[in-house]
Ligand binder design. Sequence first.
Ligand code: KG4
Ligand code: ZN
Length: 339
Amino acid sequence: IVLMKVLGLETSCDETGIAIYDTDNGLLAHKIYSQIAQHAEYGGVVPELASRDHVRKTLPLIDEVLKEAGMKKTELDAVAYTSGPGLVGALMAGATIGRSLAYALGIPALGVHHMEGHLLAPMLEESQPAMPFIALLVSGGHTQLVRVDGIGEYRLLGQSLDDAAGEAFDKAAKMIGLPYPGGPQIAALAKQGNPKSGLKFPRPMTDRPGLDFSFSGLKTAFLTAVHLALDEDRCDEQFKADAALAFETAVVDTLVIKCRRALEAEGLKQLIIAGGVSANQRLRDQLETQLKKIKANVFYARPEFCTDNGAMIAYAGAQRLVNGQSSELGLSIRARWPL
Ligand code: KG4
Ligand code: ZN
Protein backbone atom coordinates (compact mmCIF):
# COMPACT_ATOMS: atom_id res chain seq x y z
CA ILE A 1 0.00 0.00 0.00
CA VAL A 2 1.32 3.40 -1.09
CA LEU A 3 1.14 6.27 1.41
CA MET A 4 1.25 9.76 0.00
CA LYS A 5 0.89 13.38 1.04
CA VAL A 6 -0.53 15.19 -1.96
CA LEU A 7 -0.71 18.95 -2.45
CA GLY A 8 -3.85 19.90 -4.43
CA LEU A 9 -4.21 23.13 -6.42
CA GLU A 10 -7.53 24.32 -7.84
CA THR A 11 -7.42 27.43 -10.05
CA SER A 12 -9.91 26.73 -12.86
CA CYS A 13 -12.21 29.67 -12.24
CA ASP A 14 -12.57 32.30 -9.51
CA GLU A 15 -11.43 30.39 -6.44
CA THR A 16 -7.85 29.62 -5.48
CA GLY A 17 -8.17 26.39 -3.49
CA ILE A 18 -5.14 24.73 -1.90
CA ALA A 19 -5.09 21.59 0.27
CA ILE A 20 -2.98 18.69 1.45
CA TYR A 21 -4.48 15.21 1.46
CA ASP A 22 -2.69 12.34 3.16
CA THR A 23 -3.76 8.86 2.01
CA ASP A 24 -2.99 7.65 5.53
CA ASN A 25 -4.54 10.39 7.70
CA GLY A 26 -7.02 12.12 5.40
CA LEU A 27 -7.25 15.85 4.83
CA LEU A 28 -4.44 17.67 6.66
CA ALA A 29 -5.18 21.28 5.71
CA HIS A 30 -7.12 23.34 3.21
CA LYS A 31 -7.59 26.99 2.29
CA ILE A 32 -9.82 28.77 -0.18
CA TYR A 33 -9.36 32.29 -1.42
CA SER A 34 -12.43 33.53 -3.27
CA GLN A 35 -12.17 36.28 -5.87
CA ILE A 36 -15.96 36.69 -6.03
CA ALA A 37 -15.94 40.23 -4.66
CA GLN A 38 -13.58 41.38 -7.41
CA HIS A 39 -15.75 39.96 -10.19
CA ALA A 40 -19.08 40.95 -8.65
CA GLU A 41 -19.12 44.46 -10.10
CA TYR A 42 -18.79 42.97 -13.61
CA GLY A 43 -21.68 40.52 -13.08
CA GLY A 44 -19.52 37.48 -13.83
CA VAL A 45 -15.96 36.19 -13.84
CA VAL A 46 -13.42 38.30 -15.78
CA PRO A 47 -10.82 35.76 -17.01
CA GLU A 48 -7.86 38.14 -17.10
CA LEU A 49 -8.45 39.29 -13.52
CA ALA A 50 -8.89 35.68 -12.41
CA SER A 51 -5.52 34.59 -13.85
CA ARG A 52 -3.67 37.46 -12.22
CA ASP A 53 -5.20 36.76 -8.86
CA HIS A 54 -4.34 33.04 -8.99
CA VAL A 55 -0.73 34.00 -9.74
CA ARG A 56 -0.73 36.33 -6.75
CA LYS A 57 -2.43 33.99 -4.27
CA THR A 58 -1.24 30.47 -5.02
CA LEU A 59 2.24 30.52 -3.46
CA PRO A 60 1.22 32.36 -0.25
CA LEU A 61 -1.68 29.91 0.18
CA ILE A 62 0.61 26.93 -0.32
CA ASP A 63 2.77 28.29 2.52
CA GLU A 64 -0.34 28.67 4.69
CA VAL A 65 -1.56 25.09 4.19
CA LEU A 66 1.92 23.71 4.80
CA LYS A 67 2.01 25.66 8.05
CA GLU A 68 -1.48 24.47 9.03
CA ALA A 69 -0.47 20.87 8.31
CA GLY A 70 2.79 21.35 10.23
CA MET A 71 4.79 20.21 7.21
CA LYS A 72 7.78 21.28 5.15
CA LYS A 73 7.58 21.38 1.33
CA THR A 74 10.11 18.59 1.21
CA GLU A 75 7.66 16.25 2.95
CA LEU A 76 5.22 16.44 0.02
CA ASP A 77 5.05 13.31 -2.14
CA ALA A 78 3.20 14.69 -5.15
CA VAL A 79 1.34 17.69 -6.56
CA ALA A 80 -2.11 17.50 -8.17
CA TYR A 81 -3.51 20.50 -10.03
CA THR A 82 -6.70 21.11 -11.98
CA SER A 83 -5.79 20.78 -15.65
CA GLY A 84 -9.29 21.41 -17.06
CA PRO A 85 -11.98 22.18 -17.92
CA GLY A 86 -11.97 25.88 -17.05
CA LEU A 87 -10.57 29.28 -17.97
CA VAL A 88 -7.32 28.85 -19.89
CA GLY A 89 -5.29 31.53 -18.11
CA ALA A 90 -6.56 30.48 -14.70
CA LEU A 91 -5.71 26.82 -15.39
CA MET A 92 -2.27 27.82 -16.68
CA ALA A 93 -1.50 29.62 -13.43
CA GLY A 94 -2.16 26.53 -11.27
CA ALA A 95 -0.61 24.07 -13.72
CA THR A 96 2.58 26.10 -14.08
CA ILE A 97 3.04 26.64 -10.36
CA GLY A 98 2.14 23.02 -9.55
CA ARG A 99 4.48 21.52 -12.10
CA SER A 100 7.34 23.87 -11.27
CA LEU A 101 7.05 23.02 -7.61
CA ALA A 102 6.96 19.29 -8.34
CA TYR A 103 9.96 19.67 -10.64
CA ALA A 104 11.95 21.54 -8.00
CA LEU A 105 11.08 18.95 -5.33
CA GLY A 106 11.70 16.00 -7.66
CA ILE A 107 8.21 14.56 -7.08
CA PRO A 108 5.43 13.61 -9.55
CA ALA A 109 2.81 16.07 -10.73
CA LEU A 110 -0.62 15.11 -12.00
CA GLY A 111 -3.27 17.07 -13.88
CA VAL A 112 -6.74 16.37 -12.48
CA HIS A 113 -10.13 16.74 -14.19
CA HIS A 114 -12.09 19.43 -12.35
CA MET A 115 -15.35 17.48 -12.52
CA GLU A 116 -13.68 14.31 -11.24
CA GLY A 117 -12.62 16.44 -8.27
CA HIS A 118 -16.22 17.56 -7.68
CA LEU A 119 -17.51 14.03 -8.18
CA LEU A 120 -15.20 12.59 -5.53
CA ALA A 121 -15.57 15.46 -3.00
CA PRO A 122 -18.29 13.62 -1.00
CA MET A 123 -15.66 10.91 -0.37
CA LEU A 124 -13.88 13.39 1.92
CA GLU A 125 -16.80 13.06 4.36
CA GLU A 126 -17.39 10.42 7.00
CA SER A 127 -20.51 9.00 5.42
CA GLN A 128 -19.58 7.69 1.98
CA PRO A 129 -21.21 5.43 -0.58
CA ALA A 130 -19.55 2.27 -1.87
CA MET A 131 -19.08 2.00 -5.62
CA PRO A 132 -20.98 1.58 -7.90
CA PHE A 133 -23.14 4.68 -7.45
CA ILE A 134 -24.80 7.43 -9.49
CA ALA A 135 -23.36 10.94 -9.39
CA LEU A 136 -25.25 14.11 -10.18
CA LEU A 137 -22.73 16.80 -11.10
CA VAL A 138 -24.32 20.22 -10.91
CA SER A 139 -22.08 23.26 -11.19
CA GLY A 140 -21.94 26.55 -13.05
CA GLY A 141 -20.67 24.81 -16.17
CA HIS A 142 -22.03 21.25 -15.95
CA THR A 143 -25.18 19.28 -15.31
CA GLN A 144 -24.45 15.60 -15.71
CA LEU A 145 -25.63 12.23 -14.46
CA VAL A 146 -22.77 9.75 -14.33
CA ARG A 147 -22.54 6.10 -13.34
CA VAL A 148 -19.42 5.53 -11.24
CA ASP A 149 -17.97 2.01 -11.05
CA GLY A 150 -14.49 2.96 -9.82
CA ILE A 151 -11.89 5.74 -9.91
CA GLY A 152 -11.77 6.70 -13.59
CA GLU A 153 -14.64 4.40 -14.49
CA TYR A 154 -17.31 6.90 -15.39
CA ARG A 155 -20.21 6.46 -17.80
CA LEU A 156 -22.22 9.51 -18.82
CA LEU A 157 -25.95 8.75 -18.52
CA GLY A 158 -27.33 12.18 -19.31
CA GLN A 159 -26.45 15.87 -19.41
CA SER A 160 -27.80 19.32 -20.09
CA LEU A 161 -28.36 20.06 -23.75
CA ASP A 162 -28.02 23.79 -23.09
CA ASP A 163 -27.50 25.76 -19.84
CA ALA A 164 -26.07 24.12 -16.72
CA ALA A 165 -28.23 24.20 -13.57
CA GLY A 166 -25.89 26.65 -11.82
CA GLU A 167 -25.79 28.84 -14.91
CA ALA A 168 -29.61 28.94 -14.90
CA PHE A 169 -29.56 30.06 -11.25
CA ASP A 170 -26.96 32.72 -12.08
CA LYS A 171 -28.93 34.06 -15.06
CA ALA A 172 -32.26 34.10 -13.21
CA ALA A 173 -30.62 35.96 -10.33
CA LYS A 174 -29.23 38.57 -12.71
CA MET A 175 -32.72 39.12 -14.16
CA ILE A 176 -34.03 40.23 -10.78
CA GLY A 177 -30.99 42.29 -9.92
CA LEU A 178 -29.20 39.83 -7.62
CA PRO A 179 -25.37 39.67 -7.67
CA TYR A 180 -23.17 36.82 -8.96
CA PRO A 181 -23.06 33.93 -8.09
CA GLY A 182 -26.82 33.75 -8.18
CA GLY A 183 -27.52 30.28 -6.76
CA PRO A 184 -27.08 31.10 -3.08
CA GLN A 185 -28.84 34.46 -3.63
CA ILE A 186 -31.92 32.85 -5.20
CA ALA A 187 -31.96 30.22 -2.45
CA ALA A 188 -31.86 32.89 0.28
CA LEU A 189 -34.56 35.02 -1.34
CA ALA A 190 -36.77 31.96 -1.94
CA LYS A 191 -37.09 31.57 1.84
CA GLN A 192 -39.25 34.74 1.76
CA GLY A 193 -41.35 33.35 -1.11
CA ASN A 194 -44.95 32.24 -0.81
CA PRO A 195 -45.50 28.68 -2.07
CA LYS A 196 -49.12 29.60 -2.83
CA SER A 197 -48.23 32.59 -5.01
CA GLY A 198 -49.63 30.81 -8.07
CA LEU A 199 -46.33 31.21 -9.95
CA LYS A 200 -45.20 27.94 -11.50
CA PHE A 201 -42.39 27.23 -13.93
CA PRO A 202 -41.96 24.16 -16.17
CA ARG A 203 -39.97 21.03 -15.21
CA PRO A 204 -38.21 20.71 -18.57
CA MET A 205 -37.90 17.28 -20.23
CA THR A 206 -39.40 15.36 -17.32
CA ASP A 207 -42.48 14.28 -19.29
CA ARG A 208 -40.49 12.13 -21.70
CA PRO A 209 -38.04 9.28 -21.14
CA GLY A 210 -34.30 9.87 -20.90
CA LEU A 211 -31.79 11.43 -18.56
CA ASP A 212 -30.88 14.63 -20.39
CA PHE A 213 -31.68 18.11 -19.08
CA SER A 214 -32.52 21.47 -20.59
CA PHE A 215 -32.66 24.65 -18.55
CA SER A 216 -32.78 27.39 -21.15
CA GLY A 217 -36.58 27.21 -21.56
CA LEU A 218 -37.01 27.54 -17.82
CA LYS A 219 -34.81 30.61 -17.88
CA THR A 220 -37.00 32.11 -20.63
CA ALA A 221 -40.17 31.31 -18.65
CA PHE A 222 -38.65 33.12 -15.68
CA LEU A 223 -37.72 36.15 -17.80
CA THR A 224 -41.24 36.28 -19.28
CA ALA A 225 -42.78 36.25 -15.80
CA VAL A 226 -40.45 39.04 -14.66
CA HIS A 227 -41.25 41.18 -17.74
CA LEU A 228 -44.97 40.69 -17.21
CA ALA A 229 -44.67 41.72 -13.57
CA LEU A 230 -42.65 44.79 -14.59
CA ASP A 231 -45.28 45.76 -17.21
CA GLU A 232 -48.03 45.39 -14.63
CA ASP A 233 -45.98 47.31 -12.08
CA ARG A 234 -45.95 44.52 -9.48
CA CYS A 235 -42.28 43.45 -9.64
CA ASP A 236 -41.78 44.23 -5.94
CA GLU A 237 -39.70 42.37 -3.35
CA GLN A 238 -42.50 39.89 -2.64
CA PHE A 239 -42.89 39.09 -6.32
CA LYS A 240 -39.13 38.52 -6.64
CA ALA A 241 -39.16 36.21 -3.63
CA ASP A 242 -42.13 34.27 -5.03
CA ALA A 243 -40.40 33.99 -8.41
CA ALA A 244 -37.14 32.86 -6.76
CA LEU A 245 -39.03 30.16 -4.87
CA ALA A 246 -40.93 28.97 -7.95
CA PHE A 247 -37.69 28.91 -9.94
CA GLU A 248 -35.67 27.06 -7.31
CA THR A 249 -38.48 24.52 -6.89
CA ALA A 250 -38.66 23.93 -10.65
CA VAL A 251 -34.89 23.32 -10.94
CA VAL A 252 -34.82 21.10 -7.85
CA ASP A 253 -37.87 19.04 -8.90
CA THR A 254 -36.35 18.51 -12.34
CA LEU A 255 -33.04 17.33 -10.88
CA VAL A 256 -34.75 15.05 -8.36
CA ILE A 257 -36.96 13.39 -11.00
CA LYS A 258 -33.92 12.59 -13.17
CA CYS A 259 -31.82 11.33 -10.25
CA ARG A 260 -34.54 8.94 -9.23
CA ARG A 261 -34.93 7.82 -12.84
CA ALA A 262 -31.17 7.21 -13.16
CA LEU A 263 -31.06 5.13 -9.97
CA GLU A 264 -33.99 3.03 -11.15
CA ALA A 265 -32.60 2.60 -14.66
CA GLU A 266 -29.24 1.41 -13.31
CA GLY A 267 -30.69 -0.59 -10.42
CA LEU A 268 -28.56 1.33 -7.90
CA LYS A 269 -29.42 2.67 -4.43
CA GLN A 270 -26.75 5.29 -3.82
CA LEU A 271 -26.52 8.80 -5.21
CA ILE A 272 -23.74 11.35 -4.80
CA ILE A 273 -24.50 15.00 -5.55
CA ALA A 274 -21.55 17.28 -6.21
CA GLY A 275 -20.64 20.69 -7.61
CA GLY A 276 -21.79 24.15 -6.50
CA VAL A 277 -25.53 23.51 -6.82
CA SER A 278 -25.26 20.46 -4.54
CA ALA A 279 -24.88 22.99 -1.69
CA ASN A 280 -28.56 23.85 -2.26
CA GLN A 281 -30.57 22.89 0.84
CA ARG A 282 -33.88 22.37 -0.99
CA LEU A 283 -32.16 19.95 -3.38
CA ARG A 284 -30.70 17.99 -0.44
CA ASP A 285 -34.02 17.89 1.45
CA GLN A 286 -36.04 16.90 -1.61
CA LEU A 287 -33.62 14.13 -2.50
CA GLU A 288 -33.69 12.77 1.06
CA THR A 289 -37.50 12.62 0.98
CA GLN A 290 -37.97 11.34 -2.56
CA LEU A 291 -35.19 8.74 -2.47
CA LYS A 292 -36.49 7.28 0.79
CA LYS A 293 -39.51 6.11 -1.25
CA ILE A 294 -37.25 3.87 -3.34
CA LYS A 295 -34.99 2.98 -0.39
CA ALA A 296 -32.07 4.87 -1.87
CA ASN A 297 -29.60 7.21 -0.13
CA VAL A 298 -28.05 10.51 -1.05
CA PHE A 299 -24.50 11.60 -0.13
CA TYR A 300 -22.91 15.03 -0.39
CA ALA A 301 -19.93 17.06 0.76
CA ARG A 302 -19.95 19.84 3.37
CA PRO A 303 -20.96 23.13 1.66
CA GLU A 304 -17.39 24.47 1.27
CA PHE A 305 -16.43 21.31 -0.64
CA CYS A 306 -19.45 21.56 -2.97
CA THR A 307 -18.13 24.68 -4.67
CA ASP A 308 -14.59 24.87 -6.05
CA ASN A 309 -11.88 23.88 -3.57
CA GLY A 310 -8.40 22.40 -3.37
CA ALA A 311 -9.34 19.45 -1.15
CA MET A 312 -11.26 17.71 -3.93
CA ILE A 313 -8.29 18.06 -6.30
CA ALA A 314 -5.82 16.77 -3.69
CA TYR A 315 -8.15 13.82 -3.02
CA ALA A 316 -8.84 12.95 -6.67
CA GLY A 317 -5.14 13.32 -7.46
CA ALA A 318 -4.18 11.06 -4.55
CA GLN A 319 -6.58 8.34 -5.71
CA ARG A 320 -4.97 8.33 -9.14
CA LEU A 321 -1.39 8.71 -7.91
CA VAL A 322 -1.60 5.70 -5.59
CA ASN A 323 -2.53 3.73 -8.70
CA GLY A 324 0.70 4.85 -10.33
CA GLN A 325 -0.61 7.62 -12.57
CA SER A 326 1.22 10.89 -13.14
CA SER A 327 1.34 13.37 -16.02
CA GLU A 328 4.04 13.81 -18.62
CA LEU A 329 5.70 17.19 -18.19
CA GLY A 330 4.48 18.08 -21.68
CA LEU A 331 0.82 17.51 -20.91
CA SER A 332 -1.05 20.74 -21.38
CA ILE A 333 -4.17 22.12 -19.78
CA ARG A 334 -7.55 21.75 -21.50
CA ALA A 335 -10.22 24.44 -21.46
CA ARG A 336 -12.79 21.89 -22.67
CA TRP A 337 -12.56 18.33 -21.54
CA PRO A 338 -15.30 15.70 -21.31
CA LEU A 339 -15.26 13.55 -18.16
O1 KG4 B 1 -18.78 24.08 -8.68
P1 KG4 B 1 -18.81 25.55 -8.67
O2 KG4 B 1 -18.28 26.29 -7.48
O3 KG4 B 1 -18.03 26.14 -9.89
C1 KG4 B 1 -18.08 25.54 -11.15
O4 KG4 B 1 -17.29 24.61 -11.39
O5 KG4 B 1 -18.95 25.99 -11.92
O6 KG4 B 1 -20.32 25.96 -8.92
C2 KG4 B 1 -20.75 27.28 -8.95
C3 KG4 B 1 -22.23 27.30 -9.24
C4 KG4 B 1 -22.76 28.71 -9.48
O7 KG4 B 1 -23.58 28.68 -10.63
C5 KG4 B 1 -23.59 28.99 -8.23
O8 KG4 B 1 -24.66 29.88 -8.47
C6 KG4 B 1 -24.07 27.61 -7.86
O9 KG4 B 1 -22.98 26.76 -8.13
N1 KG4 B 1 -24.45 27.49 -6.44
C7 KG4 B 1 -25.70 27.26 -6.00
C8 KG4 B 1 -25.65 27.27 -4.58
N2 KG4 B 1 -24.35 27.50 -4.20
C9 KG4 B 1 -23.64 27.64 -5.36
N3 KG4 B 1 -26.84 27.06 -6.66
C10 KG4 B 1 -27.95 26.86 -5.95
N4 KG4 B 1 -28.00 26.87 -4.60
C11 KG4 B 1 -26.88 27.06 -3.87
N5 KG4 B 1 -26.94 27.07 -2.53
ZN1 ZN C 1 -16.43 23.61 -10.09
